[in-house]
Write a protein that binds this ligand. Structure first.
Ligand code: F6P
Length: 362
């Protein structure tokens, strides 16, 4: 057994689930237990379990047979302890955070491993400022965490979205229809862009490029005029028009709250009204997040997980494991917190999409 800085640590999964979470928990815990002889305490439902002290010692048996399972066997939640409105000591620290610190101490933890997305890492960074040792592991189907080239979960969602587009092709062609497919991605368009390229979409609308509806209409009308009998429009759920991009954040959010349908339906309505083409909408929704992780996600999750355990052994805390240029590195949590990795406008995949003649809405 090798030497170790940490003897006992907590682990939790937080935020929206993503395929590969169980593979990552398994990798962290197996390396920690088998290589370093550490004890691993699993918390249920993310930070909520940590606040409420809902935890158990994970035994190696629980870690068998979970590599291929979707979801997270620990459960997850979108609990944000620093947003807690109940203050305890009047010292500026919310009581949820006081509870976390108390439970961390009571359970004799020397570190916390948190598996999650942007919200999870923002909380992790704040907990680190409060004096807790924290190591982050990046997961999300959105691939929108900064400082890592990739998150696990993304490739599984990408396959689901691509399969969706593939399937829409045959029915679109049979009926001479425009098919609008809405995929996840509130703030970043990675999934829409990649699945659009992989599935051969004709129009792809992403939050990073506000769309001009006339440009979409022209593309569809030109296709129809050139004898193409159907079209596929991929819309990220966070896509917005040029007009909306000029609104201040508050007004935009308010308008979105008041929208009775999701953006895919709005775009479809605009197309149908202006062109007379027959349009149908498919919202892929949570199908993108569920089910068995593809091999890539299992592998990346396993790599991140083992790397996190090695970081604990080295006492290398306050960092998120990341993939940069094919290397596993540790990135300070404060560099990840409160940020979103959007598609850069000069990204090679945008160049590819435009080279393929896809309309990006601009
Ligand atoms: O996991 C990220 C994400 O899938 C986003 O793309 C989506 O907007 C969001 O989660 C919705 O998840 P929930 O309904 O669980 O909050």
């Amino acid at each position: 057994m090798q030497t170790k800085a940490v003897r006992r640590f907590g682990i939790l999964t937080s935020g929206g689930d993503a395929p590969g979470l169980n593979a990552a928990i398994r990798a962290v815990a197996r390396t920690a237990i088998d290589i370093y002889g550490m004890e691993v305490i699993g918390f249920e439902y993310g930070y909520r379990g940590l606040i409420e002290g809902r935890s158990r010692l994970l035994n190696p048996k629980e870690l068998s047979g979970i590599l291929t399972m979707g979801g997270t066997f620990l459960g997850t939640s979108r609990e944000k302890p620093f947003k807690d409105k109940n203050w305890e000591n009047g010292d500026g620290v919310p009581s949820a955070v006081e509870n976390i610190k108390r439970n961390y101490k009571k359970l004799g933890l020397e570190c916390l491993v948190v598996l999650g997305g942007n919200g999870t890492h923002s909380t992790a960074s704040l907990l680190s400022n409060e004096g807790l040792n924290v190591v982050g592991v990046p997961k999300t189907i959105d691939n929108d965490i900064v400082k890592t080239d990739m998150t696990f979960g993304f490739h599984t969602a990408l396959d689901v979205a691509t399969d969706g587009i593939d399937r829409l092709h045959s029915t679109a062609s049979s009926h001479n229809r425009v098919m609008v497919i809405e995929v996840m991605g509130h703030k970043a368009g990675w999934l829409a862009l990649y699945s659009g390229v992989a599935g051969g979409g004709d129009v792809v609308l992403i939050p990073e490029i506000p769309y001009n509806i006339n440009s979409v209409l022209t593309t569809l009308e030109n296709r129809a005029a050139s004898g193409k009998t159907f079209s596929i429009v991929v819309v990220a759920e966070g896509a917005l028009s040029v007009e909306e991009s000029r609104l201040d954040k508050k007004t935009f959010k308010q308008q979105r709250r008041e929208m009775t349908t999701s953006i895919g339906y709005r775009v479809a309505g605009e197309i149908e009204q202006a062109t007379g083409l027959e349009v149908r909408v498919t919202v892929l929704g949570y199908l993108q997040r569920g089910g068995t992780p593809v091999a890539y996600d299992r592998i990346l999750a396993s790599q991140f997980g083992t790397a996190a355990a090695h970081m604990l052994a080295r006492g290398d805390y306050g960092k998120m494991v990341a993939l940069q240029n094919d290397e596993l590195v540790g990135v300070p949590l404060e560099e990840v917190a409160h940020q979103v990795k959007q598609v850069p406008l000069n990204h090679r995949m945008l160049t590819t999409a435009r080279g393929l003649g896809m309309c990006m809405g601009d």
